[in-house]
Design a protein around this ligand. Structure first.
Ligand SMILES: Nc1ncnc2c1ncn2[C@@H]1O[C@H](COP(=O)(O)OP(=O)(O)OP(=O)(O)O)[C@@H](O)[C@H]1O
Ligand SMILES: Nc1ncnc2c1ncn2[C@@H]1O[C@H](COP(=O)(O)OP(=O)(O)OP(=O)(O)O)[C@@H](O)[C@H]1O
Ligand SMILES: [Mg+2]
Ligand SMILES: [Mg+2]
Lengths: 298, 298
């Protein structure tokens, strides 16, 4: 069963990228002790900001093909060969280790700081032209879906990080996906944002992709010291009930520092290696297990 | 001298709305003891999420005209009369007090919890259709500029809150503005985002609005406990030098809770009334003074 998950919310800074990146890492590398089997995962960076690519320490000058090239590919009858646009696990691992080493030149890079089952379709600033360039093209909403078609059977999960908007890029993600995962920061503006997002999803289901379903809602950046996080979390659970994951991702400084070290927190602080101590990492490993559990029940 | 300031950054959740809302409030209400004279200020909510409007406890069902109607207005030769679309200080004050009272029913609403010199051009979810509807219209980039034309001489400041994107709405803001203020969250992804934003501004200056200038960069959500905030702040200052405001806005829970109380933190915790104790409020009052200082030097 093919899981193509769009990680989407038009609200800015609610942890779409951090969630997409860490969930992809956890599901790819797996942890048998936690009941998470390793799987072949493709992470698609569909944001011109390219934050998902940055989260793996990717040196963008070393990338010659990005998701922009895939979307703009006009081969007529032929579909583009996705393989040619992807960063392989070996390349990603090199980038992670190079960035980590430049941050900690006096330390030895941990052997386990690498990925074996994670592929990345990267993005860079060129993608910011895509929405305007695609606006008048035929099949402008399904370019990503077509682009993924040649390799969709090769991956167990395809996770798509989207920009904070409901523009043509996000619509491409929602047309290509069969599931949507919504990260929600437990702060006040999130509540109003949720209802407008649910309306947009209905429109997409009606006009563009009737197969799109809500996979789940992940509460992120939870700050236990304030009543606000609890208030927002309770409101979201009241309305969405068990569509909300049990796992709540807490705010943790190390999570924000991780991109500087060139790797997701779930890789820097890996329960495989020595039991994760960071509460953000713990939460994302736990979210991965919950996601795997839900997939089993589909 | 007319100050039309777009509060802009394509990075999500970097405090555009919180900065636009609090800066507008401080500049409008003023504080003579701090050397900030009260001024007539218009806050334009140009984000379909409508967070700026929400920050004043606005009940959107009570709004019959929004910035969407202003942008879509097609009167041909005539420019729309901006007056008819605005929320007046009295209306905003009513909404603030009504929301605050519903949060604290057993308390007496503070007399000073109101605004006297602040106008709001509100938005709601209808605006999410604007980019697509405007895409094919004549003068699609200058609709906001035209909409503001009839009243531009009535206000000392017009502050525009924009969505986290460089789409048609933000472009309308940057075409209408003569200044851009960039809020930058002191976390890692901000650094990469800054260089692409500066490139976009150059393009706008060349093709759409040669009068647009950088007013300043505001460091936001600074977390003193982590080395990351200091690292990012130092990098930004190194590159942009004194274009960066001296005032740094710290992360503070009360700032995130303020929208729930129906008012900006600078109004809930007002140095006029009793000396602001919240560090977020203090910082925004200080930023207002710095902004006023820079305007004097223009
Ligand atoms: N659990 C967490 N604890 C602390 N910081 C976090 C956490 N999750 C994310 N962050 C930080 O918060 C900021 C916003 O997160 P992120 O960029 O993942 O959100 P986003 O929704 O992808 O933003 P955008 O809307 O711009 O795409 C980033 O600096 C990130 O490092
Ligand atoms: N100084 C601060 N301390 C604590 N929380 C803050 C601070 N500034 C903003 N916030 C909170 O952080 C979140 C993001 O801020 P805000 O919505 O202003 O950013 P934004 O750039 O306008 O987001 P978007 O890109 O979605 O428009 C909000 O929940 C807000 O209440
Ligand atoms: Mg992101
Ligand atoms: Mg905003």
């Amino acid at each position: 069963y093919k899981m193509v998950i769009a990680c989407t919310n038009q609200k800015g800074g609610c942890s779409k990228t951090t969630t997409a990146v860490n969930l992809a890492t956890v599901l790819a590398e797996g942890n048998p002790k936690m009941g998470i089997p390793p799987r072949k995962v493709l992470l698609v960076d569909l944001d011109p900001q390219g934050n998902a690519s940055t989260s793996f320490g990717i040196d963008k000058s070393k990338i010659n093909r990005t998701v922009y090239d895939l979307l703009m590919n006009d081969l007529g009858e032929e579909l583009p060969v996705l393989e040619e646009y992807l960063c392989h696990p070996e390349f990603i691992s090199d980038q992670i280790r190079a960035t980590w080493t430049s941050m900690y030149p006096d330390k030895k890079c941990p052997k386990k700081l690498k990925v074996e089952n994670l592929w990345l379709l990267p993005s860079n600033i060129q993608l910011s032209g895509a929405e305007i360039e695609l606006a008048t093209r035929i099949g402008r909403e399904t370019r990503l879906k077509e682009g993924l078609a040649s390799a969709i059977d090769e991956f167990d999960y395809i996770i798509i990080d989207t920009p904070p908007s409901l523009g043509l890029l996000t619509i491409n993600a929602l047309a290509a996906a069969n599931w949507i995962l919504i990260p929600v920061q437990t702060e006040y503006y999130a509540l109003e944002g949720m209802s407008s997002l649910m309306n947009s999803i209905k429109l997409i289901q009606r006009r563009i992709n009737p197969h799109l379903k809500l996979f789940g809602i992940a509460l992120t950046m939870y700050d236990g010291r304030t009543g606000l996080s609890k208030f927002v979390a309770d409101e979201v659970r009241k309305y969405f009930e068990d569509q909300v994951f049990q796992t709540v991702v807490p705010r943790s400084t190390r999570v924000a520092e991780a991109p500087r070290d060139g790797a997701p927190i779930t890789l820097l602080d890996n329960p495989h290696v020595r039991g994760s101590r960071n509460k953000g990492s713990k939460a994302y490993w736990s979210l991965g297990r919950e996601v795997h559990g839900r997939v089993q029940k589909i």
